[in-house]
Every structure is written in C-alpha cells, then in structure tokens.
Design a protein around this ligand. Structure first.
Ligand SMILES: Nc1ncnc2c1ncn2[C@@H]1O[C@H](COP(=O)(O)OP(=O)(O)OP(=O)(O)O)[C@@H](O)[C@H]1O
Ligand SMILES: [Mg+2]
Length: 221
C-alpha cells in the first residue's frame, strides 16, 4: 500500500482537486482508494457528499479537530491500497509527520505570479529542515496546475521551478494540468474529470496518474 500527501503552503492551488481526481482515477482501476481530508475547510468531504452512489467508490475520511492524522492513516492502511491525504495550506506539526511517513508528497504549484513562487520556495526550505529533523527522505514532486501555455508569465515561472529543481530535493512532474472549467464543474457534482465530458482534462489526469504510479512501484497490497 502507499500513502500520497498532497500539500502546499498556498491555498487554492489545487490540492483538493488533484486529490479527488487522482483518487477517482485509481477507483476506476479498481484500486481500494480513499482520501483523508486533513483540511478543516472540508472541501473533499463536501465533494464526497455530492458523489453519486453508483460510481466507483472513493471513501473520504475527515480528520476531526485535534484528531491524530497519523493514527488515522495507520489504521486506514490496513484496509486501503492507496491513501491520498488532502492537506490544509500549511506544513504544521501534524501534516509534517504525515509528509515524513508518506511514500510520496505532491506539491501543486500555480505559475500565475510571484506570490505562488515565493510561497513555494518557503515551503521547500521547510521541507529541507523537516528532512534533517525527522531523518526521512521525503520524496517530493511539483505538479503545475492551472497552467496556461499561451501566457508568457506562466512560461517564465516554469524556469524558476527548474531552478528550484537544481537547488532543492524536488522534481517537477512532466504532466501539467491546464486551467479548465471542467475541474470546477466535475468537482461541484462529486465527480472527477474522468467522469466528465472533457477529453483534454481526462487525458491529462490519466497522464498525471500514470506518472505518479511509476513513482509508487509497491502500492498494490
Ligand atoms: N486546473 C484547474 N483549472 C481550473 N480550475 C481549477 C483547477 N484546479 C483547481 N481549480 C479550481 O481552483 C479552486 C481551488 O482548488 P482547490 O480547492 O483544489 O485548491 P486547494 O489547494 O485545495 O485550496 P485550499 O488550500 O483552500 O484547500 C477551486 O475552485 C477549483 O475548482
Ligand atoms: Mg483544499
């Protein structure tokens, strides 16, 4: 089994959308998958409440206030093959421990402006400290989200992410998720884009999931 944490310092970069869409992808492949909603804003718990019963099941567990995230993940690891942790926008003590225990951390990043990039750098510095303090390798990958290929600023920020790859222990996943209304539309109905009528969104989620799968060679029970 494997645990994948989806985390960032920044709010609104797509942690919940990515957790949901990847979980839906693996549910369609008959993987026993769940999402642990570690964010008090409960986005993924709400999403799940709209999910039609007749679709591939994606169980969602919300971590109660003062709940022990690691304990919850440990107990779920007996039942599920794959667990996504949808984190709040912070690297707090509790989420840090989850990150340290995860097989993989995915950090969604927006390339829409300086704020995104500075927050990402701060996050990477925290990650380095955490690696040292917890003596854990913490494999971490960026995924570019809400990308607009025809916007020069987005292209320019890709170069900065490339510099981060050279200066920190982090890699950039090859698949970018473009800015598409399909993500919000599917989300509103408790769906993933795989279950929505948008070929390009479907295709990029499949590519992203396949890429992530190669990073988790031992996840099937
Ligand atoms: N690729 C995309 N294209 C268009 N809209 C997107 C995309 N990804 C996310 N969104 C939209 O951006 C908003 C924020 O996404 P999401 O809730 O997943 O971010 P988050 O990082 O989980 O935020 P928070 O830190 O507040 O939990 C949502 O309205 C979502 O529908
Ligand atoms: Mg969220």
């Amino acid at each position: 089994m494997a645990v994948v944490t989806v985390i960032s310092f920044k709010g609104g970069v797509g942690k919940s959308i990515i957790s949901q869409n990847l979980a839906v992808y693996f549910a369609h492949k008959n993987v026993e998958v769940c999402v642990v909603d570690a964010d008090p804003n409960k986005s993924t718990t709400m999403w799940h409440s709209y999910r039609p019963d007749d679709l591939s099941p994606v169980d969602v567990y919300h971590v109660p206030k003062n709940g022990d995230l690691l304990k919850i993940v440990n107990s779920l690891s007996k039942k599920y093959e794959l667990i996504f942790i949808d984190c709040p926008p912070a690297l707090e003590m509790v989420t840090s421990k989850a990150v340290a225990k995860s097989d993989l951390s995915i950090i969604p990043v927006a390339t829409t402006g300086g704020n995104d990039i500075w927050a990402t750098k701060e996050f990477l510095e925290h990650l380095e400290i955490l690696r040292g303090r917890l003596d854990a390798p913490i494999p971490a990958y960026f995924v570019v989200n809400r990308f607009e290929a025809n916007v020069r600023l987005h292209q320019a920020y890709l170069e900065i992410l490339g510099e981060y790859e050279s200066n920190y222990t982090i890699k950039l996943l090859k698949t970018y998720l473009a800015k598409r209304t399909a993500y919000g539309e599917a989300n509103t109905q408790g769906l993933g884009v795989l279950e929505w009528d948008n070929k390009k969104a479907k295709q990029e989620i499949k590519l992203l999931a396949a890429e992530i799968e190669t990073l988790l060679p031992n996840f099937i029970k």
